[in-house]
Design a protein around this ligand. Structure first.
Ligand code: FNR
Length: 363
């Protein structure tokens, strides 16, 4: 049953990628162009530090799969790409492993193929501390993701219907495992209120995983006979909205959901993300062209992220959060309604210019 669901998710998510419209809310974020902001490429570095962790690059392959023969093979290909490019990688939910240890290999292949990489295990918020530890042990994981997916469970025919234990359980897991805990959504976004609550629970890092890419309301509707909940397709907040909402929330934030290209990565970093994750887009690449296609794509993206940082005058990913950013369209309305100061965002480099004698950049 679980194995079948995992195969369904991959099939429907890949199908969705082929029909995604070009536009999403990352398009409502642009940079003020400062023609003299550029620095030397040799001065730009992709390394990012947050929540006690250090990653060589601010890009990662986010949680997807495992639990069936087919998804184990996909994890193998993703792990090879992660190993060859140095990007961190997460497994999909390990509930299939808790239900049947025979599928352990479909998850542990991530470590087997990538012995020195940064690997994140992934569990649901109902899991016991003991299961959380087993998940970390199986992968010798460097961090543990816990996913929040209330809308997905609601639409999923066989999904959970009780959610009140999630908060207390997250607190216990965060206290009970030896690796950093990252709490993420699955494509509906995290509000500032949720992010603040998670910080209070002892969570080290959050991943907003917003709307705009893979839509799990749609995927679960596709799995229902009558798509009864199709009015929920498109639910939630985008990653740019979540990042703006959670500025200064006092906890490192990762961005994912709807990231399509290197400019979206740079936009996410400029809105305060410590790193940016991709699931559906990379799944499509690996299904179409195998690990070598994904290695090419990630290598190109990293090269271009560094090129864009250089043009924008950012020596490090976190320097991008000093660049002047314009917010347009519905995202601007979201900012107005949530009390987010877009004028400050559009002029924030000024406080650095005088000190550093650059124009709009951060050098
Ligand atoms: C996912 N995602 C996911 N997330 C999670 O925490 N546990 C999981 O098991 C899964 N499973 C899963 C399967 C497939 C096939 C996809 C494409 C995605 C959600 C994922 O990590 C991410 O939050 C969303 O997909 C949004 O990012 P993209 O796809 O728009 O880049």
């Amino acid at each position: 049953m679980i194995a079948e669901r995992k195969d369904d998710h991959v099939r429907f998510a890949a199908e969705q990628q082929r029909h995604l419209g070009g536009y999403n809310q990352f398009d409502e974020v642009s940079f003020v162009h400062h023609a003299l902001a550029g620095i030397d490429r040799s001065d730009a570095s992709l390394a990012t530090r947050f929540g006690g962790m250090e990653w060589k690059v601010p890009l990662y392959i986010n949680a997807m799969t495992g639990g069936s023969v087919r998804t184990g093979a996909i994890n193998r290909d993703l792990a090879i790409a992660a190993r060859e490019t140095g990007v961190p990688i997460a497994t999909g939910s390990m509930s299939a492993y808790f239900a049947d240890e025979a599928v352990a290999d479909t998850f542990s292949v991530l470590r087997h193929e990538n012995p020195d990489g940064f690997i994140m295990a992934n569990i649901n918020a109902n899991a016991s501390v003991e299961k959380a530890r087993r998940a970390v042990d199986l992968l010798q994981a460097d961090a543990l993701q816990i996913h929040l997916n209330v809308i997905q469970e609601t639409v999923m025919p066989e999904g959970d219907r009780s959610f009140s234990s999630w908060g207390p359980q997250i607190e216990k897991i965060a206290d009970g495992v030896d690796v950093p805990v990252i709490v993420k959504e699955v494509g509906f976004g995290l509000s500032r209120e949720t992010v603040s609550a998670l910080r209070e629970m002892g969570v080290r890092v959050v991943d907003v995983a917003g709307r705009g890419g893979t839509d799990f309301a749609r995927i679960e509707n596709d799995r229902r006979k009558h798509a009864d909940y199709s009015y929920l397709n498109g639910w939630g907040q985008s990653a740019p909205a979540c990042l703006l909402d959670s500025q200064d929330a006092g906890i490192p934030v990762l961005a994912s959901g709807g990231v399509r290209n290197p400019l979206d990565v740079v936009r996410g970093l400029a809105l305060g993300a410590a790193a940016v994750g991709v699931s559906g887009g990379f799944l499509r690449t690996v299904l179409d062209g195998g690990p070598s296609a994904l290695i090419n794509q990630i290598t190109t993206w990293l090269d271009q992220v560094e090129a864009l940082m250089t043009a924008l005058g950012a020596r490090t990913p976190s320097d991008l959060s000093r660049c002047d950013v314009l917010v347009h369209g519905d995202l601007r309305t979201f900012c107005a309604d949530r009390g987010i100061d877009t004028h400050r965002l559009a002029t924030r480099s000024r406080s650095y210019d005088t000190a550093h004698k650059t124009v709009g950049g951060t050098a």
